[in-house]
Write a protein that binds this ligand. Structure first.
Ligand code: CMP
Length: 145
């Protein structure tokens, strides 16, 4: 299936956005949509609501609202899993050990400042794409007559 995945470039890596976009394109993804945005704490809390109540939630919100982020809709066959493989493990410290070629190993620092986000399932990808791109169609589009 040609899927759509949400990708975020986080505040710690926004100054490397051009490099990260080049890696994305070199791996055969299309970038269908792109927005640069600074989230409010309320917006960020809604986006990460599944983590509400966890110990790291307040510092996650502080980090993710500390500057602009870049939100993108990526498309490729099996895009959600492919993007997760390209970014590597959540914790950039672990990624540097186990997945040294991953984006989080290259551009991230630790378990919080990990450069990028990727949707973890088809359901969360649809929710996350709609969050940043309310007018974006998330299903495959029929073309022709
Ligand atoms: P992400 O994949 O965007 O999803 C939730 C984010 O919370 C994660 O990347 C990290 O930025 C952050 N995060 C996850 N676990 C921890 C943790 N143990 N301590 C601090 N931040 C974390």
């Amino acid at each position: 299936f040609v899927e759509r995945a949400l990708a975020l470039i986080k505040p710690d890596a926004v100054n490397k956005a051009d490099d990260i976009e080049a890696i994305i394109l070199n791996h055969g993804f299309s970038i269908l949509q792109k927005r640069r945005v600074t989230l409010t704490a309320e917006q960020c809390s809604d986006f990460y609501s599944e983590h509400y109540g966890k110990k790291f939630f307040p510092s996650l919100v502080a980090f993710m609202t500390s500057g602009p982020i870049v939100a993108m809709v990526l498309s490729k066959e099996n895009a959600i899993q492919q993007w997760r493989e390209l970014i590597g493990p959540t914790n950039s410290t672990v990624a540097k050990e186990t997945h040294p070629d991953s984006i989080r190993a290259f551009f991230g620092s630790n378990e919080q400042k990990n450069a990028v986000h990727g949707s973890d399932s088809v359901v969360s990808a649809e929710r996350e794409i709609r969050f940043f791109f309310p007018n974006c169609i998330v299903e495959p589009i029929p073309v022709g007559q």
